[in-house]
Design a protein around this ligand. Structure first.
Ligand code: URA
Length: 423
């Protein structure tokens, strides 16, 4: 095959054969297709789409570019959750130990944040001593012993995706449904989980701002999972406003620990329990009561063991930011909107996120919210506290928040459903 012929086929809205797709992914991973050729192909795919068969073959080829993990020797059902990324989305932290309470092993491979969405590993690294990098043997041992592990994907898992994602990131080709679906699902299928629950975010703070696009992404991913023998379910959930009252790193760990202690913000608790029910059902444990396991300390016990197993000290004080600044309500009324994207960008600019993959993040930085949509507020009341070690960042964070808040009369409040649909 020839890379230029393959680009021309997608440019002219044609269909690639399974052999052409396998060759393309393999040749790109080996370095036989140049970055500029792959960029052109990605853009043609973004503009002209791929058929279900092409997406399925593209995913299979990405899986075949690396190793496949196998947890069958554990003798337990396995389940994993993947969120397409949002603001204040710390659900993995309470969810993984909660599901493990019921004897289902949770091999949660997670990523770091890039742009305005946070990364689970960045959040957990604010726990003193905690390590994200485990060997496959360490991961297996922890799954057998504790039942839950949250760690970085090893270099051997879907290497084609690592190379392709970095290229898409700098060529404006992240937002293509075939490429997102195959990227996410190749990693989850190669990871070897028996069942998978996808949390596909919809709204300003998500990749997919629009519900129809989110639905198409969810349906595509559920189809790929089922084709590969992974019992897969997707929820479409609201990402128009942040989840919980914190967006950052250490402050999100603190909020997750509140949830594990039986408290915490209502939306975080509700989504954690709903996703736990879906994971347990998908793994063949339909009658569990995850709400009870948050209230009675069983989920907290697994959390403590999970953090310790990865070198962390669950009792240690979490780092805090050196400087803070309060944002006040400008009027009396009901908080109608608190925009997820604006809060995410503010947290990112305060130092909670990174602009380039190599950048460090500040553990204590972020945004603490004091009210969520639906709350009554009075002019002059604190709405948010901005946190950073580098106070010169306050001005740009406040710029990001300029239009984030809408306060108005009660009747104008749009209905906001947390779980929009199940696919
Ligand atoms: N997350 C991924 O892992 N891949 C994508 O393409 C987009 C989001």
């Amino acid at each position: 095959f020839d890379a230029v012929d393959i680009i021309r086929i997608k440019r002219d809205k044609g269909t690639l054969s399974p052999e052409q797709i396998s060759w393309t992914i393999d040749a790109y991973t080996r370095g036989a297709i140049a970055d500029e050729q792959m960029s052109a192909l990605n853009m043609a795919i973004l503009l002209n789409c791929m058929s279900r068969e092409e997406i399925s073959q593209w995913t299979t080829a990405m899986i075949a570019s690396g190793e496949r993990m196998d947890f069958s020797s554990l003798g337990k059902a396995t389940s994993d959750k993947h969120s397409t990324g949002g603001v204040g989305d710390k659900i993995t932290l309470p969810l993984a130990p909660l599901v493990a309470v019921f004897g289902v092993a949770v091999p949660q491979l997670s990523g770091r944040g890039l742009g305005h969405t946070g990364g689970t590993l960045d959040k957990l690294e604010s726990v003193p001593g905690w390590r994200a990098d485990l060997s496959n043997d360490q991961m297996m041992a922890q799954l057998a012993d504790v039942g839950a592990v949250i760690c970085a994907a090893g270099a051997g898992l879907a290497p084609a995706d690592k190379k392709l994602y970095a290229l898409r990131d700098v060529t404006g080709t992240v937002e293509a449904i075939p490429l997102i679906a195959s990227s996410i699902m190749s990693k989850k299928i190669a990871e070897g989980t028996g069942s998978l629950v996808l949390d596909v975010k919809v709204g300003s703070g998500a990749f997919m701002k629009d519900e129809d696009m989110a639905r198409e992404l969810a349906e595509t991913m559920v189809g790929l999972g089922k084709d590969a023998g992974v019992n897969t379910v997707a929820l479409l959930t609201n990402m128009r406003t942040p989840l919980g009252l914190t967006a950052g790193n250490a402050i999100e760990v603190e909020e997750s620990v509140e949830v594990l202690a039986g408290g915490g913000p209502q939306d975080v608790v509700e989504l954690t329990i709903r996703l736990a029910e879906e994971m347990l059902q998908a793994a063949g444990v339909p009658d569990a009561d995850p709400a009870a396991a948050l209230k009675d300390g069983r989920a907290m016990d697994v959390w403590n063991r999970m953090i310790k197993a990865q070198g962390g000290d669950p009792r240690a004080a979490l780092p805090t930011a050196k400087e803070s600044e309060v944002v006040y309500a400008a009027a009396d009324g009901v908080l109608l909107e608190l925009d997820a994207l604006a809060v995410g960008v503010a947290a990112w600019r305060l130092g909670a996120g990174r602009a380039r993959k190599e950048d460090p993040v500040q553990a204590g930085a972020g945004v603490r919210m004091h009210a969520k949509p639906g709350a009554l507020v009075r002019a002059g009341e604190p709405l948010m506290t901005l946190l950073t070690d580098t106070p010169e960042k306050f001005d740009r964070a406040k710029e990001a928040l300029a239009d984030a808040v809408v306060i108005g009369p009660e009747g104008d409040r749009p209905a906001q459903q947390l779980v929009i649909d199940r696919i």
